[in-house]
Design a protein around this ligand. Structure first.
Ligand code: FAD
Length: 330
């Protein structure tokens, strides 16, 4: 492989980090760009307070493993000490391990990012035909990063807006993918709550689709509970004043934490929480000719291989393999 080839990965969530690590392991120069302050995307862990801080996962809460490829990946995370089994169900033991990051879900992202060139606080504004390489990745401050291939892992509406000036034909079903939203309340309590077996409670038909006790999960040294409102509740209250929505969520949460007081809280909004439809392929790859050689764009993320941690990981791995094959062929 020509070592001067440069790939830009947009997004330091799970799919982007898995893709970047694969390419770097194959000797390709990779730069990962993320608009966030930290890495992980929807693998997000929050600290509230100090001495000691409460630790709360506020995006993905745990993950399951269905495929042999992901099983191998998770075995590596477990060996590295960044993931562990939490339990095998939140009522009846169904035999399927639920895994978590040891210090919250971002432990896994931090592990994957080790040794990679990851630039946070870096908003990609557009991807367009390049002046010295097949693609120019344009940042919001006007900086241009040239690339032979780009892997874009943002939620699809954001991906689409980056590609408007790339002059690519994208399938309309892909560009019109819709996402459910999630409103979340992160609550630090004055005493341990009794949230359900192993500290997890799920009900797709209730106000809260998920309640997770981060102390019972053993990531928080102090009582701290994550409440995720259902997609419908989140949609109905999306435009509410944030303080009003947070108050409503706290009222709804009260019966689940009876006997406890909320001593600190944060309100979070995930606009692109869960894709409502999944593309039938694990990534979408387009290679086009340019004056500077063939250029490849691969779209990846959880809208391709399943709306979960496992889907994001598999999509990122497949996108990297496809980009390697395209670079080798051109
Ligand atoms: C509330 C919630 C609960 C969930 N619970 C679970 C669960 O319990 N189990 C499970 O398996 N899955 C769960 N998921 C889903 C899981 O978190 C996702 O499937 C997975 O993390 C998606 O990874 P990704 O890399 O595809 O996308 P993301 O993690 O969204 O990564 C995309 C990255 O792109 C960056 N980005 C976007 N636009 C730009 C730009 N213009 N320039 C630069 N960077 C940009 C973003 O900052 C982000 O870091 C949950 C998700 C949410 C939101």
């Amino acid at each position: 492989m020509n070592r001067d080839l440069r790939v830009v990965v947009v997004g330091a969530g799970l799919s982007g980090l898995i893709a970047a690590r694969d390419l770097v392991n194959h000797g390709i120069h990779v730069t990962v760009l993320d608009k966030g302050r930290g890495i992980g995307g929807r693998l997000a862990t929050r600290r509230i307070g100090s001495d000691p801080a409460a630790v709360l996962d506020h995006g993905a809460q745990f993950f399951t493993v269905r495929s042999p490829e992901f099983e191998r990946e998770v075995a590596e995370w477990t060996r590295a000490g960044v993931a562990r089994e939490w339990c095998r169900g939140f009522g009846d033991d169904d035999g399927h391990p639920r895994y978590v990051g040891v210090d919250g879900m971002t432990s896994i992202a931090k592990h994957l990012a080790r040794g990679l060139d990851v630039r946070t606080n870096t908003l990609v504004f557009a991807i367009r035909r390049g002046t010295s390489s097949p693609w120019d990745v344009v940042l919001d401050d006007g900086t241009v990063v040239p690339a032979h291939a780009v892997i874009v892992t943002c939620p699809l509406p954001q991906t689409y807006s980056l590609l408007v000036s790339a002059e690519l034909e994208l399938p309309s079903e892909l560009t019109s993918t819709e996402y459910d939203r999630t409103l979340a309340l992160l609550a630090v309590l004055d005493r341990p709550a009794a949230v359900g077996a192993h500290g997890g409670w799920q009900n797709p038909n209730a106000t809260f689709s998920w309640i997770g006790d981060n102390q019972a999960k053993a990531i928080s040294p102090v009582p701290a509970v994550t409440f995720h409102a259902s997609p419908q509740w989140s949609l109905d209250h999306w435009d509410d004043d944030h303080a009003d929505a947070a108050r409503l969520l706290a009222d709804e949460a009260a019966p689940f934490i009876e006997g406890c007081n909320i001593v600190a809280s944060e309100f979070k909004r995930w606009r692109f929480a869960t894709p409502r439809s999944i593309w039938p392929e694990p990534c979408h790859v387009i290679t086009t000719e340019s004056a500077h050689g063939n250029g490849t764009i691969a779209l990846a993320g959880d809208a391709f291989a399943g709306p979960k941690v496992e889907g994001a990981a598999l999509s990122g791995a497949t996108a990297a393999a496809r980009v390697r094959a395209e670079l080798a062929a051109n």
